[in-house]
Design a protein around this ligand. Structure first.
Ligand code: GLC
Length: 593
């Protein structure tokens, strides 16, 4: 970068933001005292985050002094998926860590990206695109506070959330993990989520959970929305579009940041020393820990040892290693290779000490050295009515009314005959989307428990109402109105990218068939992004974007039957099928009946 440009940039940055206050500096003495006692093996062990499914022998946590364990998308306990099963599972790993010479506690991490979504019976909130449509930071903070309580109720104190991506192209399969394509809204809600997870400050409070702003940087800006692709833009654009949410999250005290798989101008983010060290840790003063994504360093080159050298020297502090010792690039290899790199002078002891200090500082801030016990009240709060009420409010405020001909909405609870069509109406898996029990999500009644839209309708209308539920829109005679529920099947990262965004022909045909009865059709769309509606829009008297609302289906009937007003507004433009045209519905659009 030209010297003048760097100088201008530095002046710009120093005038536009003050460095974050020293984070958790009150623990520096304890960190230094502990670090001084640690061997190189113990230090390098702290920098390893192994996946629970890779740890065939939990005793490896003790043997290799591992600092962290995660459960990736589908790495659930083998003996059951209840909250107690999880608490027992996590405790077994923690006990191994506490049995080491220095008894350095483990920090366990999980993707609680829309509630504690791996756990049976957890409250599943709307995915971020729906929370974005609430435009309500106070509500987002409440949602993540509830999520933090459920996460901590299973002995886990690190959530890999909030995702503060700014997705530019809705063809990207992770669009729904982003609040918005408007940077300012992402910054606002990312701060709210951070405070929800951590509390006003990361602390020893039982439900203070380490938040993880992800994925740094430009994950949502790749060409054609290709997952883990290449974000091509100049530095000024990168800073304008994608950096502000991190600046805000750091100021809010976020304790960890996850690095993106994607590349910037052809260089893998996991090897970007300038952005990870000079910008993030230097200019922005980030004092928490920088964690890699799942086997992401392996993408730097075919040589694992070289990948380790590049990523650690670029500024990574902890490496997420999902491979067991029966596979290449596993956590034992990592430790061996990094020890060699230090002996060869290719990774400095100072870099190791910086990484380990950041990790220990977080563990002290969380109070893990004092206690790793779980408050049973938090375990009991998993899926509680109180948490579900927060999720229901999120659902209510996330629904966006895009069309409402002749004020067909709200419907009357006394409606005589109501048709409900489409299998999605009674499919909790579709209602929740990806990252629910399983990594990619599943159709049908996922074992979270919850209320489908059909069940919510049954609970809402009067006992005299006749409900005709028909997955293929047949036998709807005499229906006074028809609710048609359509949308995307569950997907998550790597599986959700699309070349086109059309609502499926089957869904359009279902809506058309319902319309042919002559009754007004209210279309409810479950989707992780805006879709091209094609004939569905003219064929629907009313159309609601419900996004991926989660387990609390009553939040939808709250607004469909008028107990609450529609308040949701688009958190991103709804593109027209003809890309060149202006948006079909612009950012911030949302009708009130
Ligand atoms: C995944 C995702 C990341 C997640 C991590 C752990 O590949 O990219 O968002 O936190 O791995 O599951």
């Amino acid at each position: 970068m030209k010297k003048t440009h760097a100088l201008v940039l530095a002046i710009f940055l120093t005038t536009t933001m003050t460095q974050a206050a020293p984070l958790f500096s009150e623990h520096d003495k304890s960190v230094a005292a502990l670090l001084a006692q640690m061997t190189l093996d113990e230090k390098i062990g702290q920098m390893v985050q192994a996946d629970s499914s890779a740890l065939k022998d939990k005793a490896d946590v003790q043997k290799y002094f591992l600092g962290s364990v995660l459960s990736g998308g589908s790495s659930n306990p083998t003996n059951g998926n209840s909250a107690q099963d999880w608490l027992n599972f996590v405790t077994e790993f923690q006990n191994q860590a506490l049995a080491t010479r220095l008894k350095i506690p483990l920090i366990y991490g999980i993707d609680a990206v829309h509630g504690h979504n791996n756990i049976e019976g957890a409250t599943i909130f709307p995915h971020h695109i729906g929370l974005g449509a609430t435009h309500n930071p106070q509500l987002v903070e409440r949602a993540e506070r509830a999520t933090a309580e459920e996460v901590a109720g299973t002995g886990i104190r690190w959530a890999f959330a909030p995702c503060i991506t700014v997705p530019q192209n809705p063809r990207w399969g992770r669009t729904y993990e982003g609040y918005s394509d408007h940077t300012a809204l992402v910054s606002k809600l990312g701060v709210a989520a951070t405070l929800g997870f951590q509390g006003k400050k990361l602390s020893a409070a039982p439900a203070s959970v380490l938040a993880c702003a992800k994925h740094f940087i430009g994950d949502g800006g790749t060409t054609n929305g290709i997952d883990q692709g290449n974000t091509v833009c100049d530095e000024a654009t990168l800073r304008k579009l994608y950096l502000p949410p991190y600046i805000a999250a750091i100021k809010a005290g976020v304790g960890s940041i996850m690095v993106s798989y994607s590349s910037w101008n052809g260089v893998k983010m996991h090897g970007q020393k300038y952005l990870l060290s000079d910008v993030l840790k230097g200019e922005l003063g980030f004092q928490g820990l920088l964690v890699s994504d799942w086997a992401a360093i392996d993408q730097i080159s075919p040589d694992f040892k070289y990948d380790i050298e590049q990523s650690i020297n670029a500024g990574l502090d902890m490496i997420m290693i999902p491979n067991g010792i029966d596979k290449p690039n596993n956590y034992v290899e990592f430790i061996t290779d990094l020890k060699q790199l230090v002996a060869e002078g290719k990774v400095s002891p100072a870099r190791i000490d910086d990484a380990v200090s950041r990790i220990l500082r977080i563990k002290f801030a969380l109070g893990l050295f004092e206690s790793t016990a779980t408050d049973p009240a938090l375990t009991a709060a998993i899926g509680s009515p109180k948490h579900r009420a927060v999720a229901r409010a999120c659902v209510r405020e996330s629904l966006v009314l895009l069309k409402n001909e002749k004020h067909v909405l709200p419907l009357s609870k006394q409606i005589k005959t109501l048709g409900v069509v489409g299998s999605a109406a009674d499919d909790l898996g579709m209602q929740c989307g990806g990252w629910t029990i399983d990594w990619q999500g599943t159709r049908g009644n996922v074992t979270t428990g919850g209320t489908t839209l059909l069940a919510a309708i049954r609970q809402t209308v009067s006992p005299a109402t006749k409900i005709i539920f028909s997955t293929d829109a047949s036998d709807l005679k005499n229906a006074d109105a028809i609710i048609a529920v359509v949308g995307e099947l569950p997907y998550a990262e790597m599986k959700g990218d699309r070349d086109e965004l059309n609502l499926s022909a089957e869904d359009c045909a279902l809506i058309a068939k319902a319309k042919s009865t002559g009754a007004p059709v209210i279309t409810i769309l479950f989707s992780g992004r805006p879709l091209h509606l094609n004939s569905a829009l003219p064929d629907s008297a009313a159309l609601v974007a419900a996004w991926l609302p989660g387990t609390e289906g009553l939040g939808m009937t709250d607004v469909l039957f008028g107990d609450h007003q529609f308040t949701g507004k688009l958190s991103r433009d709804w593109p027209a099928a003809d890309q060149a045209a202006k948006p079909l519905f612009p950012y911030n659009f949302g009708l009130k009946p």
